[in-house]
Design a protein around this ligand. Structure first.
Ligand SMILES: Cc1cc2nc3c(=O)[nH]c(=O)nc-3n(C[C@H](O)[C@H](O)[C@H](O)COP(=O)(O)OP(=O)(O)OC[C@H]3O[C@@H](n4cnc5c(N)ncnc54)[C@H](O)[C@@H]3O)c2cc1C
Length: 324
C-alpha cells in the first residue's frame, strides 16, 4: 500500500506528465472527481449540489507555477470564478493554494495576488480559504494569513493534523474559520506523525478543541468513523449545527454527502476544476488506491487511454521524481 502511495505521490510531481495531461481533457476517470475544465461546467455542477442543500468551495486547479505570468493568469481565473459565483447566486466560496499564486516566485507578489482576491470576495461577503500545502510552504502561508487578517475577516485556513505543531497553530488561530484535515502530503518524521493511528488521534483532538473553543469548524474527511464520532460529540456537548460543517471532495462518497445534508448537517463539497487536473488526481489515488476503480472503469468502458501509457512509461523509465 505504501509503495502505491509513493508511486502516485511521485507521479503527481512529474512535470512532464502534468504538461501532457493539460493537452487532453479530463481522462483516466478524473472526470468523476473534477467538476469540469471551465467555469460554466463548474457553475452547473455547483448548482446541482446546491439543489441538494450542499454548499461548495471551489478550487481552480494549478500546479508547478514558477512564472509570474502563470500566477497572474491563475489570479484572473479565480477573480472570474468569484464574479461567476456572485452573478449566478451560487452557494459557494473559494479555496486556493498560495503556490498557484506565486509563493515559490516571490512572497510579496503572492501576497499582492491574494490581497486582490480577498478584497474582491469581501465585496460579496464571500469566504476565501487558504489551502495548506507541504511543510515548506506552511509558515509563509500562515504569514500571508496574518497579513490579510489585518484588513479582512473573510479569510481562513487549514490545520493538518499530521503536523506536531498543529495543536499550537489551532490555538493561535482559534478565532478563525478553520478546516481541519489529516494532511495529504508525504512529510518527514521530523515534522509529522507517520502512524495512521497517531494522526487520527490528533485529528479528533483538534476537531474537538476547535468545536469547543473556536469560531467555525469545517471537518474535512471521508472517514465515517471520524464523522460518527463528531456527530456524537456535538450532541453530547450541545454544539449547534451552525458552528460546524462536514466537507468532502467532489465525487467521493456521494451517497454519504447527500445523506449528511439530508440529516440537517451543514455540508460543503470541495469542487476542483480546470485543465490542470493531473496532480490533484494523482494525489487522490495516493490517498486511496481503491480509487483506481475509477480508472479501471474508464479503461474498460472506453478505448485504451494514452495517459495510462504515458504514466506507466514514465514510471518504468524512472522519470518519476523521488523528492518526497
Ligand atoms: C474538503 C477537503 C479539503 C482538503 N484540504 C486539504 C488541504 O488543504 N491540505 C491537505 O494537506 N489536505 C487536504 N485534504 C486532504 C486530507 O488531508 C486527507 O489527505 C484526505 O481527506 C484523506 O483522508 P480522510 O480523512 O478522508 O480519510 P482516510 O484516512 O483516507 O480514510 C480513512 C477511512 O475512511 C474510509 N474512506 C475514505 N475514503 C473513502 C472513500 N472514498 N470511499 C469509501 N470509504 C472511504 C475508509 O474506511 C478509510 O480506511 C482535504 C480533504 C478534504 C476532504
Amino acid at each position: 500500500m505504501s509503495m502505491l502511495k509513493d508511486l502516485f505521490i511521485g507521479l503527481s510531481q512529474n512535470q512532464f506528465l502534468n504538461s501532457a495531461a493539460k493537452k487532453y481533457g479530463l481522462k483516466l476517470g478524473a472526470q468523476s472527481v473534477v467538476a469540469g475544465t471551465n467555469i460554466e461546467e463548474t457553475i452547473r455542477s455547483i448548482k446541482e449540489l446546491n439543489a441538494h442543500g450542499i454548499s461548495c468551495t471551489v478550487d481552480n486547479l494549478g500546479e508547478f507555477v514558477y512564472k509570474k505570468e502563470e500566477a497572474t493568469e491563475a489570479k484572473e481565473q479565480i477573480l472570474e470564478v468569484i464574479e461567476a459565483i456572485h452573478k449566478n447566486q451560487a452557494d459557494a466560496h473559494i479555496s486556493l493554494k498560495p503556490t498557484q499564486l506565486g509563493l515559490d516566485i516571490d512572497y510579496n507578489f503572492c501576497l499582492e495576488n491574494l490581497t486582490e482576491i480577498v478584497d474582491r470576495a469581501s465585496k460579496y461577503d464571500m469566504f476565501i480559504n487558504i489551502d495548506m500545502e507541504d511543510y515548506s510552504h506552511l509558515q509563509p502561508s500562515f504569514d500571508i494569513l496574518d497579513e490579510l487578517s489585518k484588513k479582512y475577516d473573510n479569510v481562513g485556513t487549514v490545520i493538518q493534523a499530521y503536523f506536531y505543531r498543529a495543536e499550537e497553530d489551532i490555538q493561535k488561530y482559534k478565532n478563525y474559520r478553520l478546516r481541519i484535515v489529516k494532511g495529504a502530503y508525504k512529510e518527514p518524521e521530523e515534522y509529522a506523525y507517520q502512524d495512521k493511528k497517531d494522526i487520527d488521534t490528533n485529528f479528533i483532538k483538534l476537531i474537538e478543541w476547535h468545536l469547543l473553543n473556536g469560531k467555525f469548524t469545517s471537518i474535512a474527511t471521508h472517514d465515517h468513523r471520524i464523522i460518527n464520532h463528531v456527530k456524537d460529540f456535538v450532541k453530547a456537548n450541545n454544539i449547534p449545527n451552525d458552528k460546524f460543517e462536514f466537507q468532502m471532495l467532489y465525487g467521493f462518497r456521494k451517497d454519504m454527502q447527500l445523506q449528511l445534508a439530508k440529516e440537517g448537517y451543514n455540508f460543503c463539497t470541495y469542487v476542483p476544476f480546470g485543465k490542470d487536473w493531473y496532480g490533484y488526481f494523482m494525489r487522490r489515488l495516493a490517498e486511496r488506491p481503491q480509487n483506481l476503480n475509477l480508472v479501471a472503469k474508464q479503461v474498460f468502458t472506453k478505448k485504451t487511454n494514452t495517459m495510462i501509457g504515458l504514466a506507466a512509461g514514465a514510471f518504468l523509465l524512472g522519470r518519476v521524481s523521488k523528492k518526497k
